[in-house]
Design a protein around this ligand. Structure first.
Ligand code: SF4
Length: 373
């Protein structure tokens, strides 16, 4: 049972992008016609409203998007409203997603005054031609410059995102991105395998993209895992790596079934055993709509599905304690079979995926869930 003293996370969604990247299906709009100001006002109203009813202490705040760095000077009053409305604990992790770019200095200045202490920078690739194919608005020089500026301003918790399995890519091109990563030496790295989503330019043009096949993508993923391990990073979640002590405290809440409140169109929440979300509808949010109930959270399936994303995996005794019954024997049996082929580490209490297993996580988890009544 959760108590009101358990620490929760707060996610604020900023649904604007100046240009849509060709692979992206996130909810975002073009920020013209005073929309940024109107959105900041609506978001501030929602923060005030939620502050009155969401009384748990908050130890992580995450501004994601979209492109939250577009808010610039608006970050300062917005975050100040967050500190006023919610019980944000001392030393809370406050993250801002940021696209590298010409106005980085300005954004970083406001981020610093707003109390942001962690940056998540969308590097995506260490090769300019790949950035162009992706439809990104920045270059590798912009990434280097943004990280340098951030370091000079005292940001000491920086995460960089890169993408794997890009069009026209192979291990050789990937190694160029990895060299740049090594040079920039961020505290945290997220490495995502490109997935071609419907309603994207890439989906419509996928025949022309010369995408690496499954074996090559797998080789790229394992190359990233090996390279980062050699360079002192801990692989703590399927797509996430960090130097010791620099896990994303906010994102860990999602995988460990801890509570969080999400505000903004398309933002999801989980608290009091319930999941809810704001529809992907900017106009409705501007008019002050409420989130929609999605269903019960914290279920056995979620515990397994989310927990197995983490390298530490799930604990059989914790499962038994939480759900007041042991995990079914056929689940354990299935894990043994996966263990024999090198996809699962199966210990006395903990079950986790190996790196090869992480590559097949969706199908492995689906098969394991079939063993849960
Ligand atoms: S990838 Fe990021 S910057 Fe690009 S369109 Fe999607 S949300 Fe916007």
């Amino acid at each position: 049972m959760k108590s009101l003293t358990d620490k929760a996370g707060l996610y604020l969604h900023i649904p604007f992008c100046v240009k849509k990247c060709k692979y992206c299906d996130f909810y975002s709009a073009f920020p013209g016609g005073g929309l940024l100001d109107r959105y900041t006002e609506a978001l501030t109203e929602s923060i005030k409203k939620w502050g009155g009813r969401f009384r748990r202490p908050i130890n992580t705040v995450y501004l994601g998007g979209g492109t939250p760095s577009l808010l610039k000077e608006r970050l300062v009053p917005l975050l100040s409203e967050v500190y006023k409305a919610f019980n944000v604990t001392d030393g809370a992790e406050i993250t801002l997603e940021l696209n590298p770019g010409a106005d980085a200095e300005n954004v970083l200045k406001y981020a610093k005054s707003a109390g942001i202490n962690r940056l998540s920078v969308g590097m995506q690739s260490g090769i300019d031609s790949q950035l162009e194919i992706l439809g990104r608005t920045h270059t590798c020089a912009d990434t280097v410059n943004t990280v340098k500026l951030a370091r000079n301003m005292g940001f000491d918790n920086i995460s960089l995102d890169i993408m794997i399995g890009l069009p026209f890519s192979d291990v050789e091109t990937l190694n160029k991105s990895l060299s740049l990563l090594k040079e920039l030496s961020p505290e945290h790295i997220s490495a995502y395998l490109l997935k071609i989503e419907e309603n994207t330019v890439f989906y419509r043009e996928k025949e022309k993209l010369s995408l690496p096949d499954d074996d090559n993508s797998a080789e790229q993923y394992l190359t990233v895992c090996g390279f980062l391990k050699e360079n002192g990073y801990i692989h703590y979640e399927i797509s996430n790596f960090c130097k010791k002590g620099f896990e994303s405290r906010h994102n860990i809440k999602y995988w460990k079934g801890q509570e969080y409140l999400g505000i903004g169109p398309s933002a999801h929440s989980y608290f009091d055993g319930r999941r809810c979300y704001y529809p992907r509808d900017l106009k409705a949010f501007l008019k002050g709509n409420e989130p929609v109930y999605e269903g019960e959270g914290g279920t056995k399936d979620e515990y397994i599905m989310l927990g197995l994303r983490l390298s530490e995996g799930i604990s059989l005794s914790e499962f038994e304690e939480k759900f007041r019954r042991p995990i079914p024997e056929k689940f354990i049996e299935k894990c043994r079979l996966f263990n024999n082929v090198g996809y699962v580490n199966s210990g006395a209490d903990r079950i986790s995926l190996t790196e090869r297993g992480m590559l097949l996580s969706n199908s492995i988890i689906t098969e394991l869930l079939e063993c849960i009544e």
